[in-house]
Design a protein around this ligand. Structure first.
Ligand SMILES: Cc1cc2nc3c(=O)[nH]c(=O)nc-3n(C[C@H](O)[C@H](O)[C@H](O)COP(=O)(O)O)c2cc1C
Ligand code: SF4
Length: 504
């Protein structure tokens, strides 16, 4: 009898030699089931082997380990890379996996696998209760957009549903440009049908017949996984002229970005989707009133759409009962940078930053002390360990001059130069600016120059005051959050690490 082996084919696994492990498994006669990642990246390439008593996990696996692993799995002998039942691993056990419940356990190209693992129950329920009740569930769940701004998803869906017009669109923002983030990619590679189901629910709820998934070009495996899944969804009646027999038509197309951070901003994304240069549009009109091709459009992040099937399946109350303050449900938090246990940690909002970095992440991988943690991507503030009691919650982070963004947590050790990080923030803004407004286009360049002067002049008080002044102008005068939020990393670096802003 051939042995079945679930091997992570996630980008993280492939980058670490997963393909060679797959070859070694094939040569040893095992049947390889390609799956997504469980999100414990320090264990990639991660492998589970089917045994008489269930799946037994191993990682990180090299091709040379394969024969001894298969032998140990079949004979129940111990093995140095054995992790036994991965569900019992403390990193997974401490999580509440809703969005990522299936990731790493199902074949992402198999609609049958998805259905057997409970998929499509949310869409079926939506069809039973109708569009208005579906939107009511999303509103009642308290779901907020996971792309960064945290806008209530149900209100957005209602806005598009109520907007006049027969042609409406659903657009998924899978541009995922924030540093240290990978949840969108992991989901698209590991459980793409969940995103398709979420978008089909949104299409049904607002009366849209077409949707687009805008994926960054740096995600070739996600693009391939989504393309396969969309084809399988069409063949299986999940997409097409009569979605699951509802007589509601809905279909999806993929569009690939061209490597611009600002194309993650929703209106620049729409420009790009329409074939133009990705430049931010002034608002109003809001996309729900005039979005793609001037039609009412719901744009949500991958994780926002992917939360909808759970809400429809388990109920708005179940979802709303999880969380903290006005941040309801779970957040797939992504641990990165100098961290011992880097990976995806899905948990209800409310866990503190210190718990995430020290207890879950195990501190730094280098063993050096943590100096700063940047939460929320390149526009997020740097928090020192003194702020580690901050709960993961939109409002709590805002109150401390930060943001949670898309849930990226990047850890820096005590060798980091915070003046360099502040300069990098300005440089990033200068490179990625769409150029539409002056505070961002010019201000970011002046910001770099000012920080350069601060690091040259022994008496730099006047330049420090100028930098703060510039940050104020960028905050209040920028058209979008790229120029408007870049002061957060800069000012947090100055406020929490003033000792780094001295002449060298
Ligand atoms: C410069 C910039 C980059 C952004 N990049 C992304 C991104 O990569 N992915 C994303 O979902 N949202 C991104 N956003 C937020 C989007 O503009 C928008 O708020 C989001 O797609 C709405 O979906 P949500 O409500 O589900 O979060 C970005 C915003 C700005 C200002
Ligand atoms: S803030 Fe920057 S990215 Fe945003 S509209 Fe202005 S120039 Fe463009």
């Amino acid at each position: 009898m051939t042995v079945r082996a679930r091997l992570s084919h996630d980008t993280a696994s492939i980058a670490l030699g997963g393909k060679a492990v797959a070859r070694a498994l094939g040569e040893a006669g095992a049947t390889v089931v390609p799956v997504g990642s469980r999100g414990l990246f320090w264990l990639e390439p991660f492998l589970e082997v089917e045994t008489a008593s269930g799946w037994r996990a191993f990682g990180p696996v090299a091709p040379k380990d394969v024969p001894s692993i298969l032998d140990a799995a079949q004979t129940s002998r111990p093995h140095p890379l054995s992790l036994d039942r991965i569900e019992d691993h403390p990193f997974l056990k401490a999580q509440t996996r809703l969005t990522f419940a299936r990731c790493g356990t199902v074949d992402p190209s198999s609609l049958d696998d998805y259905i057997q693992a409970g998929g499509l129950a949310g869409l079926k329920h939506a069809i039973e209760i109708g569009p208005k009740a579906t939107r009511d569930e999303i509103v009642a769940s308290g779901l907020r957009g996971r792309g960064g701004a945290g806008f209530p998803a149900g209100i957005k869906w209602n806005g598009a549903a109520d907007a006049p017009g027969d042609v409406k669109y659903v657009v998924c923002n899978a541009d995922e440009g924030d540093s240290g983030t990978y949840a969108d990619r992991m989901l698209m590679e590991g459980d793409p049908f969940l995103l398709i189901e979420g978008m089909a629910i949104a299409g049904f709820a607002i009366g849209a017949m077409n949707g687009y998934v805008y994926i960054r070009s740096e995600y070739p495996l996600a693009i391939a996984a989504m393309s396969r899944a969309i084809a399988a969804a069409r063949a299986g009646g999940l997409l097409g002229t009569d979605v699951l027999g509802s007589s509601h038509p809905f279909d999806l197309e993929i569009r690939v970005g061209a490597g611009s951070y600002v194309c993650g901003e929703e209106t620049a994304l729409l420009e790009s989707l329409e074939g133009r240069r990705g430049q931010v549009r002034a608002k109003p009109p809001l996309p729900v009133h005039s979005g793609l091709f001037g039609k009412p459009t719901v744009i949500n992040n991958v994780l926002t759409f992917a939360a909808a099937p759970t809400i429809l399946t388990k109920g708005a109350t179940f979802y709303r009962d999880l969380g903290f303050g006005r941040s309801r449900g779970t957040m797939p938090i992504q641990l990165a940078g100098d961290i011992k246990y880097g990976g995806l940690f899905e948990t209800p909002f409310g866990i503190t930053l210190g718990e995430l970095v020290n207890d879950i992440g195990g501190g730094t991988a280098s063993g050096r002390p943590v100096r700063a943690v940047q939460v929320g991507g390149p526009l997020g503030a740097y928090f020192p360990p003194a702020l580690f009691d901050t709960p993961f919650d939109y409002e709590a982070f805002t109150a401390k001059g930060g943001l949670i963004g898309h849930g990226g947590v990047v850890v820096f050790n005590d060798t980091v130069d915070m003046a360099h990080q502040a300069r990098f923030a300005m440089e990033f803004c200068a490179v990625e600016s769409c150029g539409k407004c002056t505070p961002c286009r010019i201000g970011s360049v002046r910001g770099m120059e000012t920080i350069d002067r601060i690091l040259k002049e022994p008496d730099n008080a006047a330049q420090m005051a100028l930098l703060r002044d510039l940050c104020d102008t960028m905050k209040s005068g920028s058209l979008c959050a790229l120029g408007g939020f870049v002061p957060y990393p800069v000012l947090s670096a100055i406020d929490h690490f003033p000792e780094d802003f001295v002449a060298r």
